[in-house]
Design a protein around this ligand. Structure first.
Ligand SMILES: [Zn+2]
Length: 431
């Protein structure tokens, strides 16, 4: 691997489904069990010590090995990662208790996982054979590699989902080529009606994109609701005395619900990855609202809660992809309240605090606004100002204005053809 030193390295995660055989499944479940055991035991001892002495002691899994020799049978790095994760969970909790809950005991019925690091070639990936070799297992596990990567593996996370499926996330040190500079900026708004509204352009040409929530997601979410109802009925057997033991039917339906949950998560992530890539690819400067996600999550409306989770993931992706590809990401100050200012004359409309006001006419300049468009227009103006400054600093030479449309997007990122064409609707300044 040739590494260019002038470029920073980035960490990128690749996730694949893996297919362990029976014996490998046995080993994996042993590691999951040991990691869970070590986590719970350390947590218990830490909490007890804290109650007695006020201090949280440092504990290492090695301390348990004599008493519980079966811990020797699994990858010791997986155990030390459990220690690191627990220490981090405590640190996070103490620094921001509102955001991070106190670490809790791990239970078998949730997703199970362990992390291990790549040292001295203990992890081997073979794209041709479609396998990954992990520590302590002689025989490599079958992997479905839907894409390849280049770079050094830093660590891997092995997961077993409640549906019974196994996945591996491979964290890779990668040398990412920055994209060619492009003379375009955009402002992005969280939609209430749509997933997001984007205003994008170069100061002369401007266009607005309304990106709805993907249709297929709505469909799977409906399926999930139906299945969930069926499951709930199975969970309440009419006959008495049957409360403790779950019926075979119940287990069957619970697995189906879990599978569908995982499918929805996958589809959402896929949608967010494609959309964020397109935005980063087409714009040099990206401005997004600093959204109060915590506040939004308190919203009891489930659908909105889900989309606000997606929104914060989307913003995270824009941030790190901007960093990878040499773009500028600007998060607008929450108090800038761009949603409430007229994008033409700057008049601040106090009535817009009420989220139900979807359209309004500016009393000063008379412009009629769509709420979301006005907000993304404001972000766009901030982006343009910044873009001009970049040029003023004689930063990299910009490529000529690229005219982009939804179809171009598909061409540039072939995988996204069907989904983006279906999901994105273009609406130009006429609206
Ligand atoms: Zn105005």
């Amino acid at each position: 691997m040739n590494m260019k030193e002038d470029r920073p390295m980035h960490l990128k995660a690749y996730r694949y489904r893996i297919y362990p055989n029976k014996q490998q499944e046995g080993y994996l479940s042993k590691v999951f069990g040991c990691v869970r055991f070590v986590w719970n035991k350390m947590l218990d001892e830490k909490m007890n010590a804290r109650n007695e002495t006020g201090h949280i002691p440092q504990i290492t899994p090695a301390q348990y090995k004599e008493e519980y020799p079966w811990l020797y049978e699994v990858d010791s790095l997986a155990l030390s990662n459990a220690q690191l994760h627990l220490e981090k969970a405590f640190r996070n909790h103490f620094s921001n208790p509102k955001r991070f809950e106190k670490p809790s005991f791990k239970k078998k019925r949730y997703e199970q996982s362990f992390t291990t690091n790549s040292v001295n070639g203990n992890i081997k990936i073979d794209f041709d054979e479609g396998t990954i070799k992990i520590p302590k297992l002689d025989m490599p596990i079958k992997v479905k590699f839907h894409r390849k990567f280049e770079g050094h593996v830093k660590s891997i996370i092995v997961r077993k989902k409640p549906s019974g499926r196994y996945y591996v996330s491979i964290l890779v040190h990668e040398n990412i080529e920055p994209l060619k500079p492009v003379y375009s900026a955009c402002g992005i708004d969280v939609g209430i009606k749509d997933f997001t509204t984007i205003t994008q352009g170069n100061g002369i040409d401007k266009k607005r994109l309304h990106i709805p929530n993907p249709k297929y997601l709505e469909k799977t979410e409906k399926m999930l609701k139906k299945l969930q109802r069926q499951l709930d009925r199975k969970a309440h057997p009419r006959r008495k005395g049957d409360k403790t033991k779950k019926s075979k039917n119940y287990i069957k339906y619970a697995k189906r619900v879990a599978k569908l949950h995982e499918r929805i998560t996958d589809q959402r992530m896929d949608f967010l990855h494609k959309l964020s890539y397109v935005v980063i690819h087409e714009n040099q400067v990206i401005v997004a609202e600093d959204l109060n996600v915590e506040g939004m999550l308190k919203n009891h409306h489930l659908a909105k809660a889900i989309s606000s989770v997606s929104w914060s993931k989307f913003i995270d992706m824009l941030k790190y992809k901007a960093d990878w590809y040499g773009r500028e990401f600007i998060k607008e100050d929450r108090f800038f309240a761009s949603t409430q200012n007229c994008s033409i004359c700057g008049y601040k409309n106090p009535l817009l605090k009420d989220l139900s006001v979807r359209e309004w006419t500016c009393p000063v300049c008379g412009t009629h606004h769509d709420r979301d468009e006005n907000s993304s227009d404001n972000g766009y103006e901030i982006g343009l100002t910044h873009l001009k400054q970049l040029v003023g600093q004689e930063l990299p030479e910009f490529t000529p204005v690229e005219k982009s449309s939804v179809d171009d997007r598909a061409a540039m990122h072939p995988k996204s053809t069907s989904s983006l064409k279906q999901e994105a609707t273009t609406s130009t300044s006429g609206r």
